[in-house]
Design a protein. Sequence first.
Length: 295
Amino acid sequence: MQAKSEGKAIVALESTIITHGMPYPQNLETAQEVENIIRRMGAVPATIAILKGQLTVGLTQHQLQYLANVKGVVKASRRDLAPVIASSQDGATTVAGTIIASELADIDVFVTGGIGGVHREGELTMDVSADLTELGRSRTLVVCSGVKSILDIGRTLEYLETHGVTVCAFGATDDFPAFYTTRSGHRAPHRAADAPHAARILHAARQLRLRSGVVVAVPVPQEYAMDENVIEESIQQALENAKKEGIQGKEVTPYILAAVAKATGGASLSTNIALIKNNAKVGADIAVEFQKLKN
Ligand code: PSU
Ligand code: MN
């Protein structure tokens, strides 16, 4: 990759959010805007996906447009990567899948909206996102807005602790954010006060040769945050419907995301778009700062 050989700061972006997380055309518009924000911050965006069996790091505009529109893209987490490639299929990488590709491409920072987690009643269903185990065995720094309250946030934090993932709340807060809302009521174990601080944490982790990741959790800007009660009500409803309809496995997260967006009349989608743009700014800032420490 040219950006790599020139020593530029690169920011990885996932593609499941494009194919399974947002409807067209907002998915494409958001993906393009996020890339532009990263460029304006002086870094290079690299959206990652599998195209006709080819693991592609740094989609072109044309490839981005294709992915945002095409049907039948496989949501690809760790377990799915090899079969999708072997069958020459299109695959959208989840956070876990994108982390694997980022490591292969030697990209240090990855920006997304929300990571997967331990699902509510996960102690019974054992539905725990592979994103969490991947964070435990990768060196990537992931910028996100915490996990959605469709998940069990307390247990998600416990699971991350078990796997040795460094979790930091970003800015002047200790509260781990809950994606649509700025606070989850759960304390993040650490704080990264600003981008240089986050970069120093990543640098220290590298010096220690830790083979585990860092999560930088950035709360959605207050003016775009949703009302806690409104969001909780639509989540409850969505979870009930998912159960009734027998939604299982990898379908659960996309189903609930779509149901919540519908129930909130698109308000959750606007919040989702606002927070990922803000995360792109923070992530690019961290990548640029980290690049300085590396050189
Ligand atoms: N959360 C979101 N939007 C998303 C996802 C999560 O707010 O698009 C996607 C991410 O790609 C994440 C995946 O890695 O869902 C997690 O899916 P699962 O819960 O099935 O592991
Ligand atoms: Mn799952």
